[in-house]
Design a protein. Structure first.
Length: 245
């Protein structure tokens, strides 16, 4: 089988595993998200390295909920210093400042995204958010996280702290394709799987809201007629409440 087809087959297999094993976790996530939407509590997403892309997946896009607050910290992302971000995500002690800067409050919901679920800053954030009364949802890779020890002084991994665990059903190391003559594997699955899980959770959350007569505000594509007018009204209404909007 050609490698592009093998990758697609691997993604199909991951999706099948998610469908079979993660339904209850997605439902529980949707319940918390719908309650947050109805009660006007914030929904935060936090991840480091490539996981930060999934924070942006739900933010300010066509069909994206308005009440989404990605936590975007330059030193923990890739666009300034990719290698430096790897070092930074292993540090402890950053979570307090991030928590305060973003105005997180008891009753809010945070989705913490980490494929390995073992590095210092995500464990710090999960522990702090739990202590401060937020609902903590982990989007992680249970095969990977169970294959290694925590790098946090507590000895805990993200999945052991969270209220709900969403498993992206990937392999250890994330990359899944072997090519003859190439050392190691290529082509990760966590981003594709994570985006699907998050959007599935949102779809169900909005369905739950609508069943209760609440219709969450969401963005329209800026590239359809009238889209700019819809989005600009929402931005003007909420730009003081939602960082990065």
């Amino acid at each position: 089988m050609k490698k592009h087809l093998e990758y697609i087959e691997n993604i199909k297999d991951v999706i099948s595993q998610i469908e079979e094993s993660c339904g209850d976790s997605i439902e529980a996530t949707a319940q918390f998200l719908s309650s947050a939407l109805i009660e006007n509590r914030r929904i935060f997403l936090f991840g480091t390295g490539h996981s930060h892309m999934l924070c942006e997946e739900l933010f300010y896009r066509a069909g994206g909920l308005l009440n989404i607050q990605p936590v975007l910290i330059d030193t923990l992302m890739l666009h300034i210093d990719a290698a430096g971000s790897t070092a930074a995500e292993r540090e402890e002690g950053l979570a307090d400042k991030i928590f305060d800067d973003y105005g997180m409050k008891s009753g809010d919901v945070i989705v913490i995204i980490s494929n390995s679920g073992r590095n210092g800053v995500v464990i710090d954030m999960a522990l702090l958010c739990k202590k401060q009364g937020l609902t903590v949802i982990a989007l992680t890779n249970l095969r990977h996280t169970n294959a290694g020890a925590s790098r946090h002084q507590s000895g805990k991994r993200l999945c052991e702290i969270a209220d709900i665990v969403l498993d992206n059903c990937g392999c250890v190391g994330d990359a899944c394709i072997e090519v003859d003559g190439v050392e190691g594997k290529i082509c990760a699955t966590s981003t594709v799987a994570g985006a699907m899980i998050l959007n599935a959770s949102v779809a169900r959350a909005v369905e739950l809201c609508a069943a209760k007569g609440f219709y969450p505000e969401h963005f329209c594509s800026a590239n359809v007629d009238g889209g700019d007018d819809i989005n600009n009204r929402l931005i003007e209404k909420y730009k003081k409440e939602i960082k990065h909007l």
